[in-house]
Ligand binder design. Structure first.
Ligand code: TYM
Length: 332
């Protein structure tokens, strides 16, 4: 089976509908046909300030949400990035073959650092995509299922892999991004021109997986739409309505034209009510299962430990090959 790798940052108490639709839904399906590796990327999360106590808890919560959403930790490898030191070790090597200009062109870095100001922007945030490349390349990954916002990082990963291979001989598999066009980008409910994001300035536009159902329903019913009355998919003219339709289509599997047809003669109130019901029905069991898993942190930690052992066993030989290729003297 082809290898697949993906990850999420444990940078909030809950994952959101963007993470779920853009990534988790694909992960769940692809694990049946791929040798899948799913990581909670805590070392990425600390590239911006995190509260140490919260980080530990959020790392467990993120892992619990993967499992609750259908990732099977006996079938797939589900582990915490910092538990496998080979990630940072390979990242260092890849740092040495990445151009400063090349890294400077990463749009996510440019956006985030522009918001923070350069004195508050860490070098870690700058080299973040290189650690991500290490995550992917360490496992001979063929497929990287992500949302649209990670595409440039996967492209950098491909460039680095090809560069290393041509300088030092065939070592890395060149991975491909796996991005579903229809659901690659979910937007903020209050501000449907920007993506739903953990770091949004207000909470009102984010559908959190672990929110109370009543809160989720209320947020969806207050979503920004437009002055028109017609339910129709038009990303340009009707970004709010199109976003709600995208969410619903992802959850129900109904193709867009069919979905739009089902709202003929109906208004925005009907649309919001139906979307709220669908989202609550999907997230409610995930939320319940997550809370159940979090009730037994020792068991969760045990699962993460055995999975880290499996990940380590896959990663180590590739790292050793890399060290050998670049001429590092082995320790005898
Ligand atoms: P992160 O934690 O920001 O997001 C996790 C996944 O969710 C997707 N996503 C979205 N998809 C659709 N609409 C949205 N509004 C939305 N917001 C987030 C992201 O595209 C991502 O797939 N750098 C990565 C984590 C990472 C990684 C990796 C991923 C580290 N190493 C190796 C793949 C392979 C990140 O910050 O994702």
């Amino acid at each position: 089976q082809p290898r697949l790798f993906s990850g999420m940052q444990p940078s909030a108490d809950s994952l959101h509908a963007g993470n779920y639709i853009g990534a988790l839904l694909q992960w769940r399906d692809l694990q049946a046909t791929h040798e899948a590796i799913f990581c909670v990327v805590d070392l990425h999360a600390i590239t911006v300030a995190q509260d140490p106590k919260l980080l530990r808890e959020q790392t467990r919560r993120t892992a619990a949400q993967y499992i609750a959403a259908g990732i099977d930790p006996t079938l797939s490898t589900l582990f915490v990035q910092s538990h496998v030191p080979a990630h940072t070790e390979l990242a260092w090597i890849l740092n040495t073959i990445t151009g400063f200009g090349e890294a400077s062109r990463m749009t996510q870095f440019k956006d985030k650092s522009a918001k923070q100001g350069s004195d508050f922007t860490s070098v870690g945030l700058f080299t973040y995509p290189i650690l991500m490349a290490a995550d992917i390349l360490l496992y001979g990954t063929e497929l990287v299922p992500v949302g649209d916002d990670q595409k440039q990082h996967v492209e950098l990963t491909r460039d680095l892999a090809a560069r290393f291979n041509s300088r030092f001989g065939d070592t890395f598999v060149i991975p491909k991004p796996f991005i579903l066009a229809e659901s690659a980008r979910i937007y903020d409910l209050q501000n449907p021109s920007s993506k739903m994001s953990k770091s949004a300035t207000t909470d009102a536009g984010i559908i959190w997986m672990l929110d109370e159902p009543s809160k989720t329903a209320k947020k969806i019913k207050s979503a920004v739409t437009d002055d028109d009355r017609e339910v129709r998919f038009d990303r340009e003219l009707k970004p709010g309505v199109s976003n709600l339709l995208t969410i619903m289509s992802a959850f129900t599997g109904t193709p867009m034209p069919e979905l739009v047809a089902s709202f003929e003669g109906k208004g925005y109130g009907d649309l919001k009510k139906t979307v709220a019901d669908v989202v609550v029905a999907e997230f409610d069991p995930v939320r319940a299962r997550t809370l159940e898993l979090l009730d037994d942190p020792a068991e969760l930690d045990r699962i993460l430990a055995t999975n880290a052992d499996r990940a380590e066993a896959l990663a180590r030989p590739i790292l050793e090959k890399v060290y050998d290729r670049i001429g590092l003297l082995p320790r005898r």
